[in-house]
Design a protein around this ligand. Structure first.
Ligand SMILES: Cc1cc2nc3c(=O)[nH]c(=O)nc-3n(C[C@H](O)[C@H](O)[C@H](O)COP(=O)(O)OP(=O)(O)OC[C@H]3O[C@@H](n4cnc5c(N)ncnc54)[C@H](O)[C@@H]3O)c2cc1C
Length: 394
């Protein structure tokens, strides 16, 4: 096979499928290449939420809000149902110092116009009748800032809707080489076990594997895998009404956020931050943690014990609900917690769209739309200068 495409997207996770859809929507003859199946990477080993309140105030939150609203638009536009749902979110604070830290966070977000509010113990117990009665309070985000989707179905929705616009897809495709023009260093073709594809534009959306693709064109892309584990319960009666996270989640995600948690050494060592949500099928997802373990996605028994310990602190009735399986995945971590959504000056026609860490599902629609603007040489409709690859230049 030797064919020509306007653009080739590598990686069919939440990011690559969105980028491919948006390029096809803009009229580019687009090919999506995936080494496994659609959504076989991080995008099928994660939670299902898009939140503004798990993000740093500023650009991080703004991208979240943009994406959440855009998801709603896509849910109405697409025939493919990806289980879009708006819901409230409670960031539960076990102690007064945590409540204070959350209040400070709320004030910053309120100043930017986001309607987060603090909820004291009495109201929290009314909102969440099954929560431990001694939890100090919570930070509440209304459904305008919190959604749930099926991450797996999001990927398939972009692929199926993209196909209607002419998108081509090859799964189980092994990429051998990227050819560059010897004079200009610009992208000229990509060689795969399915043949060579001529193209002037390649978009690297390979998540935690983006550095491997970067090496094919001589780039060092600073993305590392950051592991997380979830427990899945049997179907159960409603235990919680909102998406629940502990405010300590901020500490597990960002360095430099510190308040004393009253937790065991096991919970501390496993960097556990409790979170709980219902899937549409009424199974509970119970998480989670953040650890650097390379590419090892085997579930660790110590992690499972620590998640259970922490989860039962907040919802004691979880002790009576069976866990039917566990899974672990890796988040594409970048040291400044911002994704890379960028062209590359030294390799014309090569683009990077990866490193979304714990926000790739949330940011997927936003990223795809902005990447299409970049690839087409247009102004983006959002200032994404801080997502430029050039920020890593020495
Ligand atoms: C436990 C856990 C919970 C999470 N919870 C949330 C959450 O609630 N909300 C949220 O927004 N995010 C969450 N995330 C993060 C989210 O999963 C990721 O940010 C997102 O999936 C990244 O998407 P991606 O498309 O960049 O990567 P991936 O989904 O990994 O896609 C990359 C694709 O590239 C393919 N690929 C790699 N190398 C090649 C190659 N050489 N050739 C062809 N294809 C290749 C891979 O097979 C893969 O399918 C969570 C992650 C974890 C681990």
């Amino acid at each position: 096979m030797s064919v020509e495409y306007d653009a080739v997207v590598i990686g069919a996770g939440a990011i690559g499928t969105s980028v491919a859809y948006h390029l096809a929507e803009r009229g580019l003859k687009t090919m999506l290449l995936e080494k496994g199946d659609i959504a076989s990477g991080s995008s099928s080993h994660c939670d299902a939420v898009g939140l503004i309140c798990d993000k740093q105030p500023g650009i991080d939150t703004k991208m979240g809000q943009y994406s959440i609203d855009y998801y709603e638009e896509l849910a109405k536009k697409f025939d493919f149902d990806f289980e879009f749902e708006r819901k409230g979110c409670l960031y539960v604070c076990e102690t007064e110092p945590e409540f204070e830290a959350a209040s400070e966070y709320m004030r910053k977000q309120n100043a930017d116009g986001y309607p987060l509010r603090m909820v004291e113990n009495k109201e929290l117990c009314e909102m969440e009748p099954h929560i431990s009665r001694d939890i100090y309070g919570a930070l509440y985000t209304p459904p305008s800032g919190c959604i749930a989707v099926s991450p797996y179905k999001v990927c398939f929705a972009f692929v199926e809707e993209g196909k209607k616009l002419g998108l081509d897809v090859i799964t189980y495709c092994d990429i051998k080489k990227i050819d560059l023009d010897p004079k200009t260093n610009a992208v000229s073709s990509i060689e795969t076990d399915h043949g060579t594809i001529k193209t002037k534009r390649i978009i690297n959306c390979a998540g935690v594997w983006a550095p491997e693709i970067g090496k094919l064109v001589g780039l060092d892309i600073p993305i590392e895998p950051r592991k997380g584990t979830n427990l899945v319960s049997e179907k159960s009666e409603r235990l919680c009404n909102n998406k629940i996270l502990e405010y300590g989640y901020m500490m597990s995600k960002f360095d430099g956020i510190n308040f004393k948690r009253n937790v065991s050494k096991l919970v501390e060592d496993q960097n556990i931050a409790f979170n709980l949500e219902y899937t549409k099928a009424c199974n509970l997802l119970v998480g989670g943690n953040r650890l650097f373990r390379g590419f090892d996605t085997r579930t660790e028994i110590e992690t499972v014990k620590a998640i259970c310990e922490r989860a039962m602190r907040f919802y004691p009735e979880l002790a009576d609900i069976k866990c039917i399986r566990t899974y672990s995945g890796v988040r594409p971590f970048v040291v400044d917690h911002l994704p890379i959504v960028s062209d590359v000056d030294s390799v014309p026609g090569f683009y990077i769209c990866a490193g979304h860490e714990g926000d790739g599902i949330c940011f997927s629609p936003f990223t795809g739309k902005q990447m299409a603007h970049i690839v087409l040489g247009e102004d983006t409709d959002f200032d994404i200068s801080s997502l430029d690859f050039a920020r890593f230049a020495k």
